[in-house]
Design a protein around this ligand. Structure first.
Ligand SMILES: Cc1cc2nc3c(=O)[nH]c(=O)nc-3n(C[C@H](O)[C@H](O)[C@H](O)COP(=O)(O)OP(=O)(O)OC[C@H]3O[C@@H](n4cnc5c(N)ncnc54)[C@H](O)[C@@H]3O)c2cc1C
Length: 390
């Protein structure tokens, strides 16, 4: 038996060989506690619906990833994260869970009740039970002042700590075949918003980031040798400065389909690792039409969180749908292996339990809880057998 959220994982993590439980209609807000700043939701709620409900109550999630199509249960189960060196992934915002276990018992868990189950089930890969409700710690609604700007990637890497530490949410996209990075600096405030005009938003976010970029990808797929020339057009997207409500800035529309692999590595290894990826791209002759995304998070103590017990940098590589991603992703993965890289559980990779176990200090804690709550492996599938073992 496997629960599926929005089915937005690139891996087969939500695939069931037998019973698939679709909780997309189990998606209501159960309670909002404004005094304690918590929200309890049914597990199938999409982040977009949750964000809107919080916004209407002058609240917000502490941090988010790039999109909001995921369900809350799906997002936490795979260690979904955004960027911000002072902020953790979404799972660490969870303060309580209700879970249906393999023996059909319904269990509440939090830091005080069934603490070990709670600790593991926040990033449970769907392996420990069916999550019924999720309670999250939220914050007063806030705005983000955004500066999007191309910079030379060498300059970004030379001043990386400054960028990461002096902005609440810093990320950048290195454009392969160029010396450019598209940077994004988001800083939290409570000033009145100054959103992009509808026209600028359509031009920048819909036309350039989706349709024009999609056309460039299609052209590159048909004639890969054109990709390096086409890539030079990307940094010309220019500088944008605006501010808006946090959830509107963090998450955006994605129309283009792609394959993705993402690795969490120790933050201090980021510049060296990215430079190795850059050299590998030059030496290999790969034609790459998608930028490489780089983000940062604070550590947490969740056993299978990709940021478990270490400050992390995330390096994500993408390939346009329909193109062969395997050789490129394998090359990147071999670089990430030398930094004890931890793959995003919902994104493509080639690891197994044997290669992953030593990369998580609390691996055995998770395995012990799994053995205790699901000894018959009711919630397993082929993917989980590969990454967690039978
Ligand atoms: C375009 C795009 C952008 C993305 N951006 C980001 C990003 O910015 N940051 C990031 O970290 N990731 C990102 N991801 C990855 C995405 O956040 C994860 O793959 C996430 O798990 C998808 O959520 P979902 O609801 O689709 O879950 P699914 O893919 O459907 O399921 C994921 C896991 O959750 C389990 N699950 C779902 N519901 C339950 C439940 N009720 N009880 C128990 N287990 C459950 C499933 O069994 C499975 O193991 C992105 C993916 C896409 C396609």
């Amino acid at each position: 038996m496997k629960a599926v959220g929005s089915g937005h994982s690139f891996t087969a993590i939500a695939v069931s060989e037998e019973v698939l439980v679709d909780l997309s209609n189990y998606d209501e807000i159960v309670a909002i506690d404004k005094i304690n700043q918590t929200v309890t939701v049914q597990s199938g709620i999409q982040l977009s619906k949750l964000n809107q409900a919080l916004y209407e109550n002058s609240l917000a999630m502490q941090n988010l990833g790039d999109i909001a199509y995921q369900t809350i249960a799906g997002a936490i189960s795979t260690s979904t994260h955004g960027t911000g060196a002072k902020f953790t992934g979404i799972a660490n915002q969870v303060v309580a869970l209700r879970i249906v276990l393999a023996d059909s018992s319904i269990v509440e868990c939090s830091a005080n009740v069934n603490a070990q189950l709670f600790s593991c089930a926040r990033v449970g890969l769907g392996a420990l039970g069916l999550i019924s409700t999720v309670t999250l710690k939220v914050v007063p609604a806030f705005n983000l002042a955004v500066i999007e700007e191309p910079m030379r990637v060498d300059d970004v890497l030379q001043n990386l700590d400054l960028h990461v530490d002096s902005n609440d949410h810093f990320e950048f996209f290195w454009v392969p075949h160029t010396g450019w990075a598209l940077t994004k600096r988001n800083n939290r405030n409570n000033l009145p918003i100054e959103p992009m005009s509808k026209m600028s938003h359509w031009y920048s976010k819909t036309l350039m980031e989706n349709y024009a970029f999609g056309a460039v990808c299609m052209l590159g797929k048909a004639r890969p040798s054109l990709i390096p020339k086409l890539a030079k057009a990307l940094p010309s997207s220019g500088r944008n400065e605006y501010s808006d409500a946090s959830h509107k800035v963090f998450a955006s529309k994605r129309i283009i389909k792609f394959y993705e692999m993402e690795y969490a590595i120790p933050r201090e290894a980021c510049a060296e690792a990215l430079n190795r990826v850059r050299r590998m791209v030059t030496d290999s002759g790969f034609f790459l039409n998608f930028p490489v995304e780089v983000r940062f998070t604070a550590p947490d103590e969740i056993p299978l969180s990709t940021a478990s017990n270490r400050e992390s940098a995330y390096i994500a590589v993408h390939i346009y749908k329909g193109m062969n991603y395997v050789p490129y992703f394998k090359e990147v993965e071999s670089i990430m292996n030398s930094y004890q890289g931890r793959p995003h559980w919902g994104k493509l990779h080639f690891q197994s339990a044997a290669t992953l176990a030593s990369r998580y200090p609390q691996w055995d804690v998770f395995q012990a809880v799994r053995n205790q709550v699901d000894p018959q492996r009711m919630f397993s599938n082929q993917y989980l057998e590969t990454v967690l073992g039978k």
